[in-house]
Design a protein around this ligand. Structure first.
Ligand code: FES
Length: 142
């Protein structure tokens, strides 16, 4: 079974909302772990994970720790050129990359924790941003 990495508690993401997290992938052969921004969204009791890389130009939706939801809280939005994405499918329905989809990340809810699987993370929080710019992430291997 894949390792599970707990990202946050289920109640820490409101229904019809999403949060960005900056993780760090495990070091490869070069010894360098890569910073890896992701987004976890929620619809009801379902959680969805996406790589935070806009299909338009590969930039992070929130422009480095910013808000990833539109102002009305209905969908994901890229702050660079306004692409709008469904919360559950990650598909862009309006904007310069319409029809393209955010790369998905496998999410598993385990005992009240929202976890990701299918990747290997460094055993550190990997937060490079100032505390005020990024949510706290406690990554634990399972
Ligand atoms: S980089 Fe996201 S809309 Fe252009």
């Amino acid at each position: 079974m894949d390792a599970l990495y707990a990202i946050c508690r289920t109640f820490e993401i409101d229904d019809n909302d999403a949060r960005g997290f900056i993780l760090r992938k495990a070091a490869g052969a070069d010894g360098e772990g890569a910073s890896w921004p992701i987004i976890i969204s929620r619809k009801g009791s379902n959680y969805f994970g996406f790589e935070d890389a806009c299909p338009h130009q590969g930039l992070t939706l929130g422009a480095g720790g910013g808000e990833v939801m539109d102002n009305e809280g209905n969908f994901l939005v890229c702050r660079h050129h306004g692409a709008q994405f469904d919360l559950d499918s990650g598909t862009c329905f309006s904007g310069p990359c319409q029809g393209k989809t955010l790369a998905s990340v496998k999410v598993v809810v385990d005992d009240g924790d929202v976890c990701i699987a299918g990747v290997e993370l460094a055993e550190e929080d990997g937060l490079d941003l100032p505390e005020s710019d990024a949510p706290e992430v406690a990554v634990t291997g399972d």
